[in-house]
Design a protein around this ligand. Structure first.
Ligand SMILES: [Zn+2]
Length: 226
């Protein structure tokens, strides 16, 4: 190979490396694998899925149902980070795996308990209950195929079984970058559709607020966890 060809090859390689670097997605490292799946994304996607059956006044139970499965993780993070001042690495490598935290978190991700709640809501004819538990189940349906080695025990307390999906919502070794990009695209498109669907100012404000917290969530992930 001539010297010019060698130089040209290394210039091309360098250009590709620069391109790749500029497109690298700052996904949280594996050590912080257990952060909840982008909760605002769940809210937006659940609202879109339940949109046809969701009048404006039913916004609250759908939003609450989308947040509830992740709520214990936010409480866990608040207790460890703010109250106990546990170092960030210890939070996600030790504290998170403590059986009492795991049981507490998985209770909110339990499909049998959600199904029980849904049946009770149907029995009582409570539309709010139906939307709340329906939204929680939809959240789990979104989590289930997108967690590789950090999934919840979705049949707890009946079973300790965890589903290990070949696809991860964050792990670059399991299509994490692609999923993150698709998720962002899905959320942006859903926000636009929902914004046009809802007439009331309160509903539009809710969508705007959730969309903003989605952007802020990514900001936090990139600054603290990336
Ligand atoms: Zn979740």
């Amino acid at each position: 190979m001539s010297q010019t060809t060698v130089r040209e090859t290394s210039v091309v390689k360098g250009a590709i490396a620069i391109l790749e670097d500029s497109f690298v997605w700052p996904i949280p490292r594996p050590v912080f694998c257990c952060n909840p799946m982008n909760t605002p994304a769940h809210v937006i996607l659940n609202l879109l899925c339940l949109n046809s059956v969701t009048p404006t006044q039913a916004l609250t139970p759908v939003v609450a149902g989308a947040i509830l499965p992740d709520a214990p993780i936010f409480l866990f993070y608040f207790v460890e980070k703010v109250l106990r001042q546990t170092p960030e690495t210890v939070i996600w490598t030790e504290s998170y795996y403590h059986p009492s935290w795991q049981n507490f978190i998985d209770l909110f991700n339990s499909l049998p308990l959600m199904a029980l709640g849904l049946l009770m809501a149907i029995g009582m004819g409570s539309n709010i209950g139906i939307l709340l538990f329906g939204s929680m189940m939809l959240h789990v349906a979104g989590d289930l195929p997108l967690h590789h080695d950090d999934g919840h025990r979705h049949f707890f307390p009946m079973s300790d079984w965890r589903f290990s999906s070949p696809v991860s919502y964050w792990d670059p070794n399991h299509y994490g970058r692609l999923v993150a990009m698709l998720e962002i695209a899905a959320v942006v498109i859903s926000c636009i559709i929902l914004f046009q669907t809802y007439d009331s100012l309160a509903a539009k404000l809710t969508i705007g607020l959730v969309g903003t917290s989605y952007a802020l969530y990514f900001g936090y992930v990139f600054v603290v966890w990336a």
